[in-house]
Write a protein that binds this ligand. Structure first.
Ligand code: GDP
Length: 291
């Protein structure tokens, strides 16, 4: 990960930590760095206020202490939500939602392979039945990931019926995890939410839904989050997947998105390759962020 961290703050903070003592300029530099990394004004103010109080309490003037406090502060904030995926049910059904273009299909392929490598059996359901190209792309990725796939029998088939068949196959064949891809056409927001509700209802007649993962493109920052608002309100999202972090300079968005939604980040995509998906570990993330 270390060679692909455009979102690292270490460059912006270098000057600040190179100083001999903490002074007013230090706080200004820190504020600028946090704002430019897209932490947002609220988190920035709150982090700085807490660090000022801590520096005062321990009467330190050493920038190295401040750096350690910054790491601890950010890690503690990120760890407030549990990033663990709950995949213990049999089958564990994972619904993947998000706006087109954010990296949903790629993420499902990577996720299927990630699970396959951990010895889990996976079936993927192509319930985005209007995008024929997406179904083919998903099939390619699923194959690469060693997963089976349930495709629509014809273009535009009821997405809920594909979801149903996917879960049915998982139950009948003892496949451990069923990942369902869904549509992300924002032009028809209310239709899309109805479609998702129907998919949920159909699955819930068969088994519980283990996770609803909302995929967000980290390069779109706060804008992308606004676009995904409808999913957060209506889709029962249990976890976030941040994609394209390898192309994002906005490391602070990671914390902002968690604090704003109250939903934990569970997976992170950092590249276009099939191996470029990892679980989210606040400690590792903060080490890379602050340096
Ligand atoms: P979907 O429309 O949401 O299904 O999006 P796709 O899975 O088709 O991905 C859209 C584009 O984003 C493709 O070109 C992917 O290769 C790219 N992509 C997806 N995830 C990542 C990532 O983590 N990093 C980078 N750099 N590109 C990604």
């Amino acid at each position: 990960m270390a060679d692909r961290t455009p979102w690292s703050l270490s460059g912006a903070l270098r000057g600040m930590f190179a100083k001999k003592t903490i002074d007013e300029g230090t706080w200004e530099d820190l504020e600028d760095a946090l704002i430019s990394a897209d932490f947002g004004p609220d988190i920035t103010d709150s982090v700085i206020e807490e660090l000022r109080a801590q520096v005062k309490k321990y009467s330190t003037t050493d920038p190295a202490d401040l750096k350690r406090m910054l790491r601890e502060n950010l890690e503690e904030r990120l760890a407030r939500l549990d990033p663990t995926l709950t995949l213990t049910a049999r089958p564990a059904v994972v619904l993947v939602v998000g706006v087109n273009g954010v990296g949903k299909t790629t993420t499902i392929g990577k996720f299927a392979r990630f699970l396959g490598r951990h010895g889990r059996t996976v079936v993927v359901g192509a319930a985005d039945t209007f995008r024929a190209a997406a179904v083919e792309q998903l099939a390619t990725w699923a194959e690469r990931g060693g997963a089976q796939i349930v495709r629509p029998q014809q273009q535009g088939q009821d997405p809920a019926s594909v979801a149903f068949q996917t879960v049915e196959k998982a139950i009948a064949e003892g496949i451990e995890i069923a990942i369902i891809d869904t549509a992300g056409r924002l032009q028809t927001k209310s239709g899309l939410m109805d479609e998702l509700s129907k998919i949920r209802r159909v699955i819930e007649k068969q088994t519980e839904i283990a996770e609803v993962l909302l995929v967000l493109d980290a390069t779109t920052g706060q804008n992308g989050l606004a676009q995904a608002e409808a999913f957060i309100e209506h889709a029962g999202v249990t976890g976030l997947v941040l994609t394209k972090l390898d192309g994002s300079a906005k490391g602070g968005f990671v914390l902002a998105v968690q604090e704003r939604t109250g939903i934990p980040i569970k997976l992170v995509g950092q590249g276009e390759g099939i191996g470029d998906l990892t679980g989210f570990t606040p400690h590792v993330f903060v080490q890379n962020l602050v340096g």
